[in-house]
Design a protein around this ligand. Sequence first.
Ligand SMILES: [Zn+2]
Length: 123
Amino acid sequence: MTTALTPGQHALLESELNLARTRVQAALQAQREGASRVAHAAALLADDPHDQREHEADRALDQARDSHLLAELQALDDALMRLKTPGYGRCVDCAAVIPFDRLQRQPQALRCVDCQTAAEATH
Ligand SMILES: [Zn+2]
């Protein structure tokens, strides 16, 4: 079983993944710097209970964004690893070759469009 990707397409996807990874890492860092500024501002402010509640909500939101970015980073790392294996570019569910234009839009895609749609429908 070989992948349908040419070496040129392979190289293109690898650089796409590395670019996306850099973007997510930068976003994660910006997010964490912003979060620590919010925490610092909160510490400087008096103990107004109303303010405290708002800061709690801010922090929860920050954490949600943080874990979303971390999951994205993980998916990109996984894709970079899979790119080195012959299984890359094949659907994990039905083993169909994932079309290159789909991979180009979403190099971390694990499934063909049909299986992805089915997987999302069950969530
Ligand atoms: Zn499939």
